[in-house]
Design a protein around this ligand. Structure first.
Ligand SMILES: [Zn+2]
Length: 124
């Protein structure tokens, strides 16, 4: 009474086919693929391409294995963020954001100046 679907892929959760990571790496997506819950076969493939370019697929999979399952989605989101920032700014990556935010915190007088001018309609 077992009907095997053509083409392999035993457990298809919804869309079917490989996840975005396996699609990009051109490998078979196994049932317990660590990337499958986070990279769908559409947008996930391009996100994973960025992550793979910066960090490497095997490093990311090792990293995820060391993180509790319920926290992995946050890890994937931040890894994608970091990878995109690093591609955009190869020198500073997302640290560029940190530096600019630190400067804003260290120089709060700028906000006082804005109020003292009373120009109105100032975007910070
Ligand atoms: Zn996969």
């Amino acid at each position: 009474m077992s009907t095997n679907p053509p083409g392999g892929a035993g457990s298809s959760t919804g869309g079917g086919g490989p996840c975005g990571a396996c699609k990009f790496l051109r490998r078979k997506c196994v049932a317990d693929c660590i990337f499958a819950p986070y990279f769908d076969s559409e947008q996930g493939a391009s996100h994973f391409a960025t992550v793979h370019k910066v960090f490497g697929a095997s490093n990311v999979s090792k990293l995820l294995l060391n993180i509790p399952v319920h926290k992995r989605v946050d890890a994937v989101v931040t890894i994608c963020y970091e990878a995109q920032a690093r591609l955009r700014d190869p020198v500073y990556g997302c640290v560029a954001h940190l530096f600019s935010l630190q400067q804003q915190v260290r120089t709060p007088t700028r906000i006082d100046n804005l109020f003292s001018h009373s120009g109105g309609g100032v975007c910070v």
